[in-house]
Design a protein around this ligand. Sequence first.
Ligand SMILES: [Zn+2]
Length: 164
Amino acid sequence: MQARYRARAVVNLVNGSTVAGVLVAGAGRARVRTGPDGLLVAGGYRLPVPPAPAFCLGNVLVTRWPDEEFRGNGRLFAHEARHASQYAWCGGLAMLPLYGVAALVSWGLTGDFGSRNVFERQAGLADGGYSAKPLRPALRRGQVRDRAARAALTMEPGSRSLSS
Ligand SMILES: [Zn+2]
């Protein structure tokens, strides 16, 4: 195992997030098995929340899918594994409120909880089944106005006559 993955496993064990993940997996009657890079995979999760097909809590990747099916989806697996690293960087369960704020910011900007969520973007939007959504129309109008103003400021007199 690479040193950084060993460090991640130790940090998430010490900060309690992996223990929380094992408890949540148990509450959802998922079966916890060891995975690659110091991760644990909990397949067959049954509680209705969160509704996602997979989520991460500490070093535990919890999924509604059977274990093998989840491991076979390399992109989703890698996405959830990146969230495990985020838990380590955030000091464990402090990631949950931070993630909540990031999700709300994303929703405010786009109407989607993942699209502008810094955690989801860093973990790979497409790998996690998210897509980049445009800004809400009211925000887009402002952006267009800003861009036009910036362009007007940087434009030289010569180029302005060429473009008009
Ligand atoms: Zn994600």
